[in-house]
Design a protein around this ligand. Sequence first.
Ligand code: ADP
Ligand code: MG
Length: 245
Amino acid sequence: QEKINHLRNVNRISVTGSHVPKLILEFSELKTEYQVSEKLLNNMTSSGYKYPTPIQMQAIPIMLEGRQVLACAPTGSGKTAAFLLPIIHSLQGPQKKGFRAVILSPTRELAKQTYRECLRLSDGCDFRIHIINKANQALTKYGPSSSQKFDILITTPKRLVFLLNQDPPAISLNNVEWLIVDEADKLFEEGIRGFKQQLDEITRSCTNTNLRRGMFSATNTPAVSKWCRRNMKGLVTVTVGQRNA
Ligand code: ADP
Ligand code: MG
C-alpha cells in the first residue's frame, strides 16, 4: 500500500473513494491482471501508446473493476483512451442488444475525434460504432424495428435527448452498461443550460440495473464533483496534477 501511494505521488495522482484499485505502470499488466486481449493491447501500441499516461494508469483499472469514476486530468493527457480501453474490453465483442456504451461529448467535433479513436483502438473487434450525424436520419435508424446491431454510441447530449423525446422513443438505451460524460466540466458550465436535466433524462432511459457512469473532465470543479458524489454510488475520484495530501 505504501508503495502504491508512493507511485501515485510521483505521478501526481490523487484518489478518493473506498478500495481504490491499484494503478498500472505498463499496459502489459492489463493482460495478467484483467485478461485484456493481446489484440486490444496491440491496438494501443499501433496508436503509439507505449506507456500509460497518469490518468490511464489509474482510471483504466478502476473502470475495469466496474467502478464508477470521476476522472480529472489536464487537456491532452490521454483521457479518451482511458475510457475507451475499458469499454472496448468490457463489451467483449459485437452483440445485437442495441447500444451497450454511450459516450456524451459537448460538441460534434469532439464526438468525431472520439469516434476516430474508438475505431482505431477497437480495430479487429467488429463493433458497430455510431455517431449521430443527422438527428432526422437517426429517427428511423435506431428505432424499435431496427436490427439492434449497435454497440457503441458517440453523440452530443442534445441529439440523444431529441431521439429519446420522440413518441415512441426513437432509440432504446435499455441495455447500456457504460455511460461516459466526456469534458464533464464543459457540459456543466453555466452557459450550457439544462445539461443536468438532459443527463437525468438520459440516465433515466438507461434502465439496465448494471449501468455504470464515468465522468471525464479537465478540471475537478465543485459543480461536477458535487453532482458525482450525490449521484454515483461507490464513486472513485482520480485527479492528476496535484499532490496527494
Ligand atoms: P484529453 O482527452 O485528456 O485532452 P486525448 O485523449 O485527446 O487527451 O489525448 C491527447 C493526445 O495524446 C492524443 O493525440 C492521443 O493520441 C495521445 N495519447 C493518448 N494516450 C497516450 C499514451 N499512452 N501515449 C502516448 N500518447 C497518447
Ligand atoms: Mg478529451
